[in-house]
Design a protein around this ligand. Structure first.
Ligand code: G
Ligand code: G
Ligand code: MN
Ligand code: NA
Length: 255
């Protein structure tokens, strides 16, 4: 069977699941939120990471169905945790550009919020810079409709694209997530340090939150903190975890 067919069957049979990676306030070590990251579990095989199937789901349009599943599952899980008294903050969900081209997206987000009961301000959608740079009037309309639902918008992998200050301002973005490529060589590269400092300054100017992705070492964490970036995500704090393990993590790191 082709990968596409196997993915289609996988969707029909409920073979997809979510892992959750904490977003951490480095000053307190407490959770600010979690990012949902999809996995595929074909029966009898190893867990498949998203890098191996997301691109094909984008090419084939299957990402629309998969994305709807991810939104609902993430909102329901987050609300279940809230009801258990776990202070997880926001739940972040990645959106592909292809999902934005689909007419049903706003309705799908509304449905996910409605069936889960998750307060909209607890949901954060992660968008890419390239998506924002698509000037299509439809993209702008979709973003403002999403924002009107009361949720939060973040730009993922920030710094790898070409967003201008003007764009970010216009789309009422709440958060910039600094791409891990700039964090990786922070200890060695003066350029990367300058780039991070510039992004932090830009975020401050626009009154946006700023988070660093891919934080793996104490040295990176303290350089980031010295640059004014204290929201961190990365293996230093926690890997993406299955729900049960995330729960355990949250019990000791909840706010
Ligand atoms: O293979 P790896 O885990 O590195 O791949 C992670 C990539 O998959 C990231 O770009 C991440 O944003 C993307 N990703 C993970 N989960 C989802 C999801 O639910 N929806 C979309 N659209 N992308 C996702
Ligand atoms: O594109 P996006 O930022 O959504 O993708 C997040 C990806 O980064 C996930 O695949 C996640 O597993 C990975 N990731 C998270 N923390 C770290 C880290 O500290 N180091 C590395 N190399 N990857 C990370
Ligand atoms: Mn992301
Ligand atoms: Na990213």
């Amino acid at each position: 069977l082709s990968l596409e067919t196997r993915l289609r069957h996988g969707l029909d049979r409920g073979e997809f699941l979510l892992h959750y990676q904490p977003l951490v306030d480095a000053t307190t070590g407490k959770a600010l939120g979690v990012e949902a990251l999809v996995r595929w579990q074909p029966p009898g095989e190893d867990l498949v990471p998203p890098g191996r199937f997301i691109p094909l789901t984008e090419e084939t349009g299957l990402i629309v169905r998969l994305g709807a599943f991810v939104l609902r599952a993430a909102c329901m899980q987050a609300q279940a945790w809230r009801e258990q008294g776990l202070a997880l903050g926001t739940v972040a969900v990645n959106l592909s550009a292809r999902q934005f081209m689909d007419d049903g997206l706003v309705e799908e987000v509304k449905t996910a919020l409605a069936i889960s009961g998750l307060p909209p301000h607890c949901l954060e959608l992660e968008l890419t810079e390239s998506l924002l740079m698509e000037q299509a009037p439809r993209t702008i309309a979709t973003l403002s409709a999403l924002k009107q639902l009361g949720l939060r918008l973040a730009i993922d992998d920030f710094g790898t694209g070409y967003s201008s200050l003007a764009y970010i301002k216009r789309f009422s973005i709440d958060k910039l997530k600094i791409d891990q490529s700039f964090v990786r060589s922070l200890e060695r590269s003066a350029d990367d340090k300058a780039i991070v400092a510039t992004i932090v300054a830009m975020a401050r100017t626009l009154r946006l939150e700023v988070l660093a992705e891919g934080v793996e070492t104490d040295a990176q964490a303290s350089i980031l903190a010295s640059l004014g970036c204290v929201e961190h995500q990365g293996y230093l704090y926690a890997r993406p975890l299955p729900p049960a393990e995330l729960e355990t993590w949250l019990r000791s790191h909840g706010r």
